[in-house]
Design a binder for this molecule. Structure first.
Ligand SMILES: [Zn+2]
Length: 397
């Protein structure tokens, strides 16, 4: 048996500014008491703040975000399976140190995400939710994480082979032209092709995830019933209303774009690009606020592994941006705890009796600033407690 005393906590929907005692027996929470209650013959953990384990909804585990040299990043893509796997293991440790207990990997063509999911199952590392290899149009964007298809028949056939993926990832649009503040090229798939894929995914019982920005692509994604829109730059209020009505979730991945704005020299972006990035991010910030007001499900995801985006830190940078956009603290926390688990049909994300013990603990409440959550003092899964040997060892590495 394990007992946790927390000075304050977040239950998955509301912040509670008073002490609580959480009792865990086996994999579940078996009792909760107001205040600090001693529980005989139980290990006890005292923490400042307790919440459901954090969720990173969009990461690429085999990629390191803190390699800024673009030539070295390019060379790394040839490093091979074993090197990618080693990187993925390190990144899972970084995520855990940041309080993450569940991470959705949104695609790699080598199957590192599946391998990490298998080897970490039942361990104290974060649970890996793996999209496996994504699906893209032949010759279009997505070479490092997607398989090529040419039409509705091959696209649906490809999706039917994804029985071992937790999510079916579709690359629907290309990358963004910063200077033009627009998506490059039209959508990779038309509505018939997209529908063929969402129907095939439904038959497999798998949620769909689309890399998608720009009104044209997002409109198609909503029509086809895609489960979550990743990135979603250039949204507008009409699309947000339709997403809210249709239950389409949104993973905003703020930080990779903000990082380029703040480090234009690292990617050869000139003054026009920086100006465009400013406009893109202003619109994205406004859309975050509108999405919250309109009841769109927001899933916190940072695209960790992208240039400049470290695993763990990236998630916390994205959360800071959501707060900056005007989301209340409870909504920010829900986007990284209860909302993704609810969207994916995963138990947890709520602290309550009978619920799985899948928790993250911190030294202090984020009411004093979201940065309080950047380093976990423990993650808890069932009665298994992980605590960092030195809270600063990973930051210094
Ligand atoms: Zn991504």
């Amino acid at each position: 048996m394990l007992t946790i005393h927390a000075d304050s906590w977040f239950d998955g929907s509301e912040l509670r500014h008073r002490p609580v005692t959480v009792v865990i027996d086996g994999p579940v929470i078996t009792a909760m008491h107001d205040g600090r209650v001693a529980v005989p013959s139980s290990a006890t953990l005292h923490v400042g703040f307790l919440c459901p384990g954090l969720v990173e909804s969009h990461a690429h585990l085999f990629l390191d975000g803190h390699e800024f040299d673009t030539a070295k990043r390019q060379a790394y893509m040839e490093a091979g399976y074993d090197a990618f796997l080693a990187t993925g293991r390190r990144n899972l440790e970084r995520l855990r140190a940041s309080g993450v207990t569940l991470v959705r990997d949104c695609g790699d063509k080598w199957g590192i995400n599946h391998a990490l999911r298998a080897e970490t199952a039942g361990s104290a590392l974060p649970v890996v939710r793996s999209a496996g290899v994504a699906v893209r149009r032949k010759g279009r964007y997505g070479s490092f994480f997607a398989e090529e298809v040419v039409d509705a028949v091959t696209a649906a056939a490809c999706v039917r082979t994804r029985g071992d993926s937790d999510d079916v990832k579709i690359v629907l649009t290309g990358i963004i032209d910063f200077a033009a503040a627009a998506v490059k090229g039209g959508p990779q798939f038309n509505l018939d092709e997209l529908n063929a894929m969402t129907v095939a995914a439904k038959e497999l019982g798998k949620p769909t995830v689309a890399h998608c920005s720009g009104r044209e692509g997002i409109d198609l994604a909503v029509q086809a019933g895609i489960g979550s829109i990743e990135h979603g730059f250039f949204l507008d209020s009409v699309l947000l209303d339709r997403m809210a009505a249709g239950g389409t979730a949104w993973t905003p991945t703020w930080i990779p774009v903000a990082w380029v704005r703040d480090h234009p020299e690292a990617c050869g972006v000139g003054p026009d690009g920086v100006a465009g990035l400013g406009r893109i991010l202003d619109q994205h910030r406004a859309n975050l606020g509108e999405a919250h007001r309109r009841g769109v499900t927001i899933l916190a995801g940072s695209d960790a592994g992208s240039l400049g985006v470290r695993h763990g830190d990236g998630l916390h940078d994205d959360l800071a941006a959501y707060a900056d956009a005007g989301l209340p603290l409870a909504a920010v926390l829900a986007s990284a705890t209860s909302a993704p688990r609810r969207a994916w049909g995963v138990d947890g994300g709520i602290i309550g009796v009978g619920r799985p013990a899948d928790l993250a603990a911190f030294a202090a409440s984020p009411v004093a600033g979201l940065s309080r959550l950047r380093q976990a003092v423990a993650t808890v899964r069932g009665e298994t407690v992980w605590q960092p040997a030195s809270p600063y060892s990973l930051a210094a590495a």
